[in-house]
Write a protein that binds this ligand. Structure first.
Ligand code: GLC
Length: 799
């Protein structure tokens, strides 16, 4: 652990003057007198990689984070030499590299400085471990703001904070506690209306200091490895995030049911308890798609075994649950019990798959099963073996998803809560110690799990959820925010963590609704579910030590609120699925903090609570007890109150009255929101209408709806349906244009369009330029029109 203050350490070394430079295609090398090499690689016009070595040569270039299918290629690249610096120019930015010391500044084409080195790259030799502690410092101006970095439990804007990245099992963490479970060394800077991003792709323990130590300096450093970072230019935050997400990868679509509601607890057992929980959901008509088995389903916590006393016939149980629409998800941890009669242990031992200490013996640590050894998931052969272990669970028993936990990796009864640092890892052919592999251990476990589940679930889609993750883990897995607590403060934290994960490329995330540790009051649970249904992943989970956390553990009001909000989530499934599609296709985060939504409005820069769900719904949770309202900021534009349909003009902070069974939800004027009927689980009902809620706006607005078979891979062959709507509102007119793409034929044949906020009475309706007659059968007084889905243009003309 580094304890000295980062920047003023006297032992720091700096690059000296440039003595040689050469260009090889998209890379430019600068050699200094003291053997430092800076390699600048132009990946895209607004994406530049900076990689330093102090040895006079580069080691093998290997990263678990980078997606090999990322887009690259630029339009323009020119390197010029000036008297005191070299300049690398693309069609978007210029980087100036000082001849004297490699210090770099990046400017836009109008010569506005976007980001500039303070001391720039410097380092300290690590005599204890060998290698360097690598450091970077950048100048920061007063108004600069910082966002990103994954699961941090602190305010959204990180200005003034120092943060640490070291994956840690942080049971019942508190606000501002560092470090947490995930490691996303990516941040976004916003200065003078320009956004940029930095991804410091280094898996050692890293630190980020955003003007905490010195007001005008932002710095980051790692306890080993290389100074290796990517610079993204916006100037829109949207572009920074999508380009980071493209670089580190996107997931595939989950099956639609995964976007439903999930119920979990530590632990549901035996079998009749699981079934009782499931049937209670159906009885109370609270939709639910998934139920989880936590560690007690196993025999003595041995992964890939079943406790036959609690679960005598798992296959039968899983099938019966499936008949009722429930998918079964099971937990699998990395620790393999040391037990010579346990087949998984025996196999791994025979094949020499466990992690070893530097001196040779297998690394031993205690977790739930007692003493365990731990597979080295950084070995591709081990990952392949691990993937194969899922055959029985998935193919034979019918489990639909796997939950990976304790993969920071967590070890009990030791002060550092994890492996000793000398443990050796294969690291895909780049052997190293746990210092380097620690932060990616969980991701490699989830990756192996994903490949296993996918293989055996095929032709259906897999579902994996993990607790620990490093940048890029989103390609394989969803995640949750770990062991939170049933407190109001944690509701605030959950709201921020999920937004932050969304702008950190890893948006398929949710919190343990209601809190994991301790017991929520009914009111807290209700407020949490009201937020949780707007998170990409929606699951109630609890430690179960203090009581029950199913909706019916609370009073009638809370049960009704839970049903009302889960119903709303199920109605919004096509909207949610569409935002997921935009995430996997374009890297657009599913939730958008207000600053992401409108960075030019400085009112948004320090907002935490409000966010945009998808593109067109504004949500603001109630985060305090006994509140029937709150102050909130409505971003610029026109918004309809979802509950009252009243129009609000944004760009201001207002007091909003709510009820206990409501939180502030607004829909953007002009939006068309697709809805399905409430179902108890995905696929329960066949229906002939897609509901479209159209919120009138005087002006234009686009809305899209993505649909497909809801599972399987046909969508990759073009079998999807993509509807693009454009609504054009005028004083006494409304035009809706529809453009369709894709080869998937949606099962419904009609749209039911609900017109909200129409400022005129309808005199005439034309569909594709033909006047249609309308009466109560297709256009009722509430303003809802039922029409055939095959239309190109709908035209309402008013009085
Ligand atoms: C860890 C997990 C939690 C799980 C428990 C038992 O605390 O974070 O979700 O329920 O272990 O497996």
């Amino acid at each position: 652990m580094i304890t000295n203050t980062e920047l003023e350490y006297k032992g720091d070394l700096y690059p000296s003057k440039i003595v040689a430079f050469e260009q090889e295609g998209d890379s430019i090398f600068f050699h200094t007198d003291n053997k430092v090499i800076l390699k600048v690689t132009v990946l895209r016009d607004s994406l530049i990689r900076f990689r330093f070595t102090t040895k006079g040569y580069f080691s093998n270039d290997f990263s678990y984070a980078i997606d090999k299918t990322q887009l690259h290629g630029y339009n323009f690249l020119e390197v010029t030499e000036e008297e005191t610096y070299y300049q690398i120019q693309t069609s978007k930015v210029k980087a100036k590299i000082q001849k004297a010391d490699l210090r770099t500044s990046i400017l836009d084409l109008n010569d506005n400085v976007i980001l500039e080195d303070e001391l720039g790259f410097h380092w300290e030799e690590s005599y204890e471990y060998g290698g360097n502690i690598v450091k970077m410092s950048k100048s920061s101006k007063d108004g600069e703001c910082f966002y990103g970095l994954g699961d941090k439990a602190t305010q959204l804007n990180l200005k003034g904070k120092r943060l640490e990245n070291f994956a840690t099992d942080q049971y019942a963490y508190s606000k501002d506690q560092e470090p947490l479970y995930k490691v996303v060394p990516f941040y976004i800077g916003l200065q003078n209306k320009q956004s940029y991003g930095i991804f410091f792709d280094n898996t050692f323990r890293t630190f980020f200091d955003f003007c905490h130590e010195r007001r005008s300096v932002a710095s980051f450093w790692a306890e080993g490895g290389e100074m290796n970072y990517y610079f993204f230019y916006g100037p829109k935050m949207q572009d920074v995030v999508t380009s980071y997400t493209d670089l580190t990868g996107k997931p595939e679509l989950p099956p639609l049911w995964v976007l439903g509601y999930h119920q979990c607890k530590w632990s549901y057992y035996p079998e009749n308890k699981v079934k009782e929980i499931a049937s209670k959901f159906r009885e109370l008509k609270i939709p639910c798609d998934a139920i989880y088995l936590d560690i007690d389903y196993m025999e003595g916590f041995r992964c890939f075994t079943w406790n036959k006393e609690y679960f005598p016939d798992p296959k039968k149980m899983v099938a019966e649950l499936a008949d009722d629409g429930f998918k079964t998800i099971v937990i699998i941890d990395p620790g393999i019990k040391i037990d010579k009669d346990y087949w998984v242990y025996k196999e791994a031992l025979e094949k020499d798959y466990f992690c070893k200490r530097a001196d040779g013996p297998y690394m031993k640590g205690k977790v739930w099963p007692g003493e365990c050894n731990f597979p080295d998931y950084t070995n591709p052969v081990v990952r392949e073996w691990w993937a194969g272990l899922f055959k029985e669970l998935i193919s034979d028993i019918g489990v639909k998803g796997v939950w990976n936990d304790m993969n920071e990796p967590a070890v009990m009864e030791v002060p550092n809560k994890t492996f000793p640092m000398d443990v050796r890892h294969v690291y895909d052919g780049n052997p190293c110690s746990h210092r380097k592999a620690h932060n990616i251990y969980g991701t490699q476990m989830a990756r192996a799990t994903y490949h296993g589940v996918k293989r055996f679930a095929y032709p259906k889609r897999p579902f994996v959820i993990t607790r620990s993750a490093y940048s890029g883990a989103q390609r394989y897995t969803s995640s949750w925010t770990g062991d939170n607590v049933a407190t109001w403060e944690h509701l605030w934290i959950a709201n921020i963590q999920v937004q932050r994960m969304c702008i950190s490329g890893m948006g398929f995330t949710g919190s343990d609704i209601g809190g994991f540790a301790e017991q929520p009051t009914g009111e807290l649970y209700a407020r949490w579910i009201q937020l949780g249904v707007f998170h990409p992943f929606c699951r109630t989970h609890s430690s179960g030590h203090h009581g029950d956390q199913e909706p019916w553990a609370f009073d009638e009001d809370v049960i009704n609120i839970t049903r009302k909000f889960i119903n709303l989530r199920y109605q919004l499934l096509p909207y949610l699925y569409t935002m997921f599609w935009q995430y996997i296709e374009e890297g657009v985060p599913m939730l958008k903090p207000l600053v992401y939504y409108d960075q030019d409005d400085i009112q948004t820069h320090y907002r935490n609570d409000e966010f945009i769900f998808g593109n067109q719904i504004l949500v603001c949770p109630i985060l305090e007890p006994n509140s029937l309202g709150r102050r909130m900021y409505i971003p610029r534009g026109e918004w309809y109150n979802y509950w009252t349909n009243e129009l609000a003009i944004g760009g201001r902070e207002v007091w909003i009255d709510t009820k206990f069974d409501e939180i502030p939800v607004y829909v953007k004027a002009g939006a068309i929101i697709p809805k399905y009927p409430v179902q108890q689980y995905v696929g329960e009902l066949e229906f002939d209408e897609l509901t479209l809620d159209l919120y009138y706006k005087n002006g234009k607005e686009n809305s899209v709806v993505y649909e497909d078979a809801q599972d399987g891979y046909d969508y990759k062959k073009g079998r999807y349906s993509f509807l693009s709507f454009r609504s054009i509102g005028k004083e006494k007119e409304l035009i809706v244009q529809l453009h369709k793409e894709g080869k998937y034929e949606t099962p419904y044949t009609k749209y039911r369009i609900n017109f909200i906020g129409l400022p005129f009475r309808v005199k005439e309706i034309e569909i594709d330029n033909e006047i249609i007659s309308f009466d109560r059968t297709n256009f009722d007084t509430e303003g809802s029109l039922v029409i055939d889905k095959e239309f190109n243009e709908l035209h309402l003309i008013g009085w």
